[in-house]
Ligand binder design. Structure first.
Ligand SMILES: [Zn+2]
Length: 122
């Protein structure tokens, strides 16, 4: 069942194909400050429901990941990145990391959370 999400002010709204099986919490220098709980999707499972021009983007480090956020209320909404399953960037298998804290009318709080040590691994 599709799940809708939105930033605090509603300027950015989106939909994902289904609830994830688990969420990811990362402690890298970016994620620990953003504070999101991430659900990973393939690009076809994520749909922006508002104009792309409403979405602002932050990049840092190796500039492989586009971290999107709302310029009005500041919520980090989603990030676009290549796959990293092999340890190297895989541009043929991109992923969207969605901040599951923005899901509406769901019980994401009950999902298991996988902790990734991005502080040392990234
Ligand atoms: Zn907003």
């Amino acid at each position: 069942m599709p799940v809708k999400g939105r930033c605090h002010c509603g300027a950015i709204q989106f939909e994902v194909g289904e609830m994830p099986a688990e969420l990811t919490s990362c402690n890298c220098s970016f994620c620990v400050r953003r504070g999101g709980l991430v659900a990973y999707y393939k690009p076809g499972q994520f749909k922006l429901a508002t104009a792309p021009s409403r979405v602002w983007t932050y990049q840092w480090g190796d500039y492989l990941v586009q971290h999107h956020y709302c310029p009005v209320c500041g919520m980090g909404t989603h990030s676009e990145m290549p796959g990293f399953e092999s340890g190297q960037p895989d541009f043929d298998n991109p992923r969207i990391a969605v901040n599951a804290r923005l899901f509406e009318d769901t019980s994401w709080e009950t999902l298991p959370v996988k902790h990734v040590n991005g502080r040392e691994d990234w």
